[in-house]
Design a protein around this ligand. Structure first.
Ligand SMILES: Cc1cc2nc3c(=O)[nH]c(=O)nc-3n(C[C@H](O)[C@H](O)[C@H](O)COP(=O)(O)OP(=O)(O)OC[C@H]3O[C@@H](n4cnc5c(N)ncnc54)[C@H](O)[C@@H]3O)c2cc1C
Length: 280
């Protein structure tokens, strides 16, 4: 068990839209999800700074609506000067919460920049801004795809906590045992910060399989085969996906997970249906 019911944190993740139509759609999504009173809305950041301005614009808009925004910030391909400037912009905009990541170099980009790993970014944020930001970091219950071993990955996660992270959000997973095992192993290492499960609703099998292959999140065989079996029948995929993911969230919360972070892909529907079914 990680923490009491009262300390649970619920949050929703968006990506920064590329077009004015996308921004408008996100406003509608946000309005719906804001009614659920999450602790914060996070906004992703393209590695190498590709979405720098759009991430900033989106978080400032969220913040201006009286909601809490948490920009993601990835350090790969970046310099100290560059990240210092971004942190200053966030501080100026009243942002108090940040998700600190290494990121992945976009294909074709070879210069890794001045940071190698997320623990260096966490350390830099603390050096530059003290306790201004609540810092979230990424955690991988099924281990990071580049991990040399599960033990090294755990120790690397610990480095981020020692560098000053307050809490963590996991990569998505569909196997609750992997999450509870990870939390237990962290506790054995003395790492007791809240580790909030990242939840990916299932709405599209092809897209989910592509994401999962890239990020090392396993789709259990029985789920994969069921989804494959539905073919183009999106209604059945969504109905099955809602059942599976609601049951996963229910188990996670029942067994003490300290909240849930939904990867919304800028859609309100799946996350709010799961929310209602959970009776949150
Ligand atoms: C909640 C969440 C949000 C995300 N948001 C974004 C986003 O907005 N933008 C984006 O581009 N990506 C995002 N990602 C993806 C993330 O950037 C990738 O998974 C990336 O490959 C690793 O980032 P990290 O911060 O976990 O890296 P790290 O913690 O640095 O780990 C990366 C790898 O290096 C190893 N490692 C770590 N530290 C050391 C060290 N000191 N020495 C040796 N090895 C080390 C680890 O074991 C791991 O294998 C997100 C992931 C999650 C889970």
């Amino acid at each position: 068990m990680q923490s009491s019911k009262h300390a649970r944190t619920f949050s929703f993740e968006f990506f920064p839209p590329k077009t004015p139509e996308g921004m408008e759609k996100l406003r509608t999504t946000r309005k719906q999800l804001a009614q659920l009173k999450p602790k914060f809305f996070s906004v992703t950041f393209g590695a190498g700074g590709s979405t720098r301005d759009r991430t900033l614009e989106t978080v400032l808009e969220i913040q201006s609506e009286g909601l809490n925004a948490a920009p993601h910030l990835s350090c790969v391909g970046s310099t100290h000067g560059n990240l210092r400037e971004i942190l200053q912009q966030y501080q100026k905009g009243g942002i108090r919460h940040i998700v600190a990541l290494r990121g992945d170099l976009p294909s074709g980009m070879v210069d890794a920049g001045e940071f190698r790993y997320a623990n260096e970014l966490v350390e830099f944020i603390r050096q530059e801004t003290g306790d201004h930001f609540q810092i979230e970091v990424a955690a991988y219950p099924e281990y990071h795809p580049q991990a040399r071993s599960s033990q090294e990955d755990l120790l690397n996660f610990k480095r981020k906590v020692e560098a000053g992270a307050n809490s963590a959000i996991t990569q998505y997973f569909y196997n609750a045992d992997a999450y509870f095992n990870f939390v237990e192993e962290c506790a054995t290492l003395g790492v007791t910060i809240p580790i909030v499960p990242g939840i990916m609703p299932i709405t599209n099998f092809v897209q989910l399989a592509r994401f999962s292959d890239a990020c090392g999140a396993e789709i259990p065989r029985w789920i994969r085969l069921k989804l494959q079996g539905y073919g183009d029948d999106l209604v059945s995929i969504r109905a099955f996906g809602l059942d599976v993911v609601t049951a996963l969230c229910d188990r996670l919360l029942q067994q003490g997970a300290p909240g849930l972070h939904f990867y919304t892909l800028n859609q309100a529907g799946p996350a709010s249906t799961i929310w209602q079914r959970l009776g949150l």
